[in-house]
Design a protein around this ligand. Structure first.
Ligand code: FES
Length: 103
């Protein structure tokens, strides 16, 4: 199915942590929450900070610049100063790799 784009090997996303990857020229953050993988854009909607340099706690990623938090499951902004959701992407795992639907 050509809608899915290979983003990374599953074992490169550490449990309860976040990494940044380039997928089709986009800066994407991949999260592993208790073995479940989620993906969002990596650049905060508030300023130019990379969420992969932030702090993942449960399902929330804290931006390293002003400590805004997004829910990594749907990109929803959880607290000030964030007002805009961050884009999140459908994920599937196949053959030990993480695939994203970027369309
Ligand atoms: Fe992310 Fe300000 S840049 S909260």
């Amino acid at each position: 199915d050509s809608q899915w784009t290979d983003a990374a090997p599953l074992d490169e996303v550490p449990t309860d942590d976040v990494i940044g990857v380039k997928v089709d020229g986009r800066d994407i953050a991949l999260y592993n929450v208790e073995g479940e993988i989620y993906a969002t854009d990596n650049i905060c909607t508030h300023g130019h900070a990379r969420l992969c340099e932030g702090f993942l706690e449960g399902h929330e990623i804290e931006c390293p610049l002003h400590q805004g938090r997004f829910d990594v499951r749907n990109g929803a902004p959880m607290c000030a100063p964030l007002t805009e959701a961050i884009r999140s992407y459908p994920v599937k795992i196949e053959a030990g790799r993480v695939f994203l639907s970027l369309a």
